[in-house]
Design a protein around this ligand. Sequence first.
Ligand SMILES: *Cc1c(COP(=O)(O)O)cnc(C)c1O
Length: 467
Amino acid sequence: MTQDLLATAKRRIPSVERLLAHGDGLRLTDEFGRTALTAAIRDDLARIRSGDAPAGDEAAILARCGESLSSALRPSLRPVFNLTGTVLHTNLGRALLPRSAARAVEAVMTQATNLEFDLATGSRGERDDHVEGLICRLTGAEAAIVVNNNAAAVLLVLNALAMRKEVVVSRGELVEIGGSFRVPDVMARAGCRMREVGTTNRTHLRDFAEAFGPATGLAMKVHPSNYAISGFTAQPDPAELHALCQEKGIPLAEDLGSGSLVDLAAYGLPPEPTVSAALSRADVVTFSGDKLLGAVQCGIVAGRKDLLARIRKSPLKRALRVDKMTYAALEAVLRLYLHPERLRDELPTLRLLTRERAEIAGQANSLLQAVSDRLGGRASVSVAETMSQIGSGALPVETLPSVALVLTPDGDGAERPRSAGGRCRRLAEALRNLPVPVIGRIKDDTILLDLRTLEDEAGFLNSLSAL
Ligand SMILES: *Cc1c(COP(=O)(O)O)cnc(C)c1O
């Protein structure tokens, strides 16, 4: 009896050949290839035999195969809508590049380039030459080096200038950035001995003066990127510290972290130290390419020619160097800075950071109905004031007034989780599963979609339609 039932069920499972010859099978073969489709069919039939999938007809089996093949083919790394309110979001890839940079990258990645080839002489060239002149012109530096990221830039500077020597740093600047970049650890890995001076809240010029000696290789300043020490505080006057270092013949390095090339205050943003200001009070400055600069992931070392010549010779430079795509993107972005009148429109990071609250409010009101329609029944949508952040360690305590769409998940519907928190997590998950995932911020059992960073409204509504 059971034997018979099994036999009947088995007979109802179509063969691999039958499915491949089916109209839908032929279409899927065209799209994904016979090898991949055959494997997907075998998997599905095995699941039917073990009871993990319903038998169904041939079309249903092939539809499941098509779905599993397209989801396997979907790239792992893909675009998302960053509506978190953090403009330079490290986990979401930091700065967005202008189209000019994307075009420059595409050109060099599909063709041979003069990456290390001097077209004027026909001899070997130096890869940093493609951007060094621009960086010097924009910052006043004498020389510049590009490496993998700012963490690499700091590591390289420490190692090349102060290996087996002491690096003198204020106790108020022993920064940790996002867990894995910690000043004491980087110093240790660079082969330097950290010499902390002063206290958490107050460090004086004399603290540096007393620490300087024959073992000193470098003095270091670190921008407190993600915290602020307030109250009874003191740091030595930068010009005096620089003068003291020059008198003792000790190079002074400053890790700026974000480091802006322009004065943000001129754009109505909270001020952040510029690279050129830092270079007037330090010999070597390090900063990121994909924070306020608005380009690709890289780290830039800018400063005195003699010191950069020593840094360039370090074997670590080779280990930390960047690819032609990085130079292409960085060069294209740096060129935008040569045209300050257009910078705000053309550099996405600056454009997003400087959007006015009123403009974002207008956008929120005009999107409200369309977003409500697409969330129909799952959540009610309203508009609320919010605060955006620059992110990536720039101006940590400063926020920018912005406007968000607030999604409040509906409580009725039988299959909805009971708790407001559960419903909110469920909706956030649905938004992450959209064709172009929408990433917001959960607050008080609602999802905030900060519109400061929304430019592609049509793409956003289109993605939401798939809910
Ligand atoms: C962000 C930051 C770094 C690390 O820069 P990456 O480009 O992320 O490697 C180092 N130092 C400071 C002060 C920073 O703000």
